[in-house]
Design a protein around this ligand. Structure first.
Ligand code: DX5
Ligand code: ZN
Length: 219
């Protein structure tokens, strides 16, 4: 079984202190940093772009797990790779040609992630599983932090895990949205090995992020 990793979403961090917040997460034992990029078009919310990522990456050595919720995504992939994204995750609905967007991320020597919205089926990516490093299962509709976990996506994780074992593939399964101390274990048991969390990490236990990361891992 793969080691369980935690990818805190900086969407719930103090945006006036982002550099310090990332340092704090690194010190608290985060395995990577989840950066939610939103365009106000593919999703209703608007967040940060490449210059901010570039500035943050300069003062940090932790892996940047960049979740692109922007459309059309293809023409922006290079900008995020150049800014310092280590994992670049895209949504199939945000590109005209998933195959060429995956190839583009690979050409740029970044890890390829593909994300499935709660209503998006595994079939959408079944022919690409050999080419990707990570599948990000959305357990909320993307756009905002602090939403309620949708347990119906657990069956999709189980199905994906089964396909992975049958095909002897090695991609990571990451889950994103509404993860808390109650459902973390359920998501892990279903087959997820990377947990994204914003609200739980930054707001639980009076913002004791070290404790919250440990609790999510050990839960
Ligand atoms: C939602 C984002 C998530 C979200 C996670 O569109 O992709 O990464 O910020 O935050 P919580 O843990 O608060 O659901
Ligand atoms: Zn995300």
């Amino acid at each position: 079984m793969k080691k369980i990793q935690i990818s805190p979403s900086i969407l719930s961090a103090d945006f006036s202190q982002l550099g310090n917040e990332i340092k704090r997460l690194e010190d608290a034992g985060a395995d990577m940093i989840h950066v939610d990029v939103m365009d106000g078009h593919f999703v209703p919310n608007l967040t940060i772009g490449p210059p901010v990522i570039k500035a943050l990456k300069k003062q940090s050595s932790i892996l940047f797990d960049v979740h692109l919720m922007i459309s059309p995504v293809h023409k922006y992939i290079k900008a995020y790779a150049d800014a310092g994204a280590d994992i670049i995750t895209i949504h199939p609905e945000a590109t005209d040609d998933l195959k060429s967007s995956i190839s583009k991320i690979k050409e740029l020597k970044r890890k390829v992630g593909v994300s499935l919205n709660p209503e998006t089926k595994i079939d959408t990516i079944i022919n690409f599983l050999e080419d990707i490093n990570l599948v990000l299962i959305m357990s909320v509709n993307p756009g905002f932090g602090g939403q309620k976990f949708m347990p119906e996506v657990l069956s999709k994780i189980k199905e994906l895990k089964k396909i992975q074992e049958e095909k002897k593939l090695n991609f990571d399964i990451e889950i994103d949205g509404g993860i808390n101390f109650d459902n973390a274990k359920i998501a892990i048991n279903a087959g997820a090995n990377i947990l994204v969390s914003g609200t739980t990490i930054f707001k639980s236990n009076n913002g004791d992020i070290k404790k919250n990361i440990e609790l999510l891992k050990s839960n």
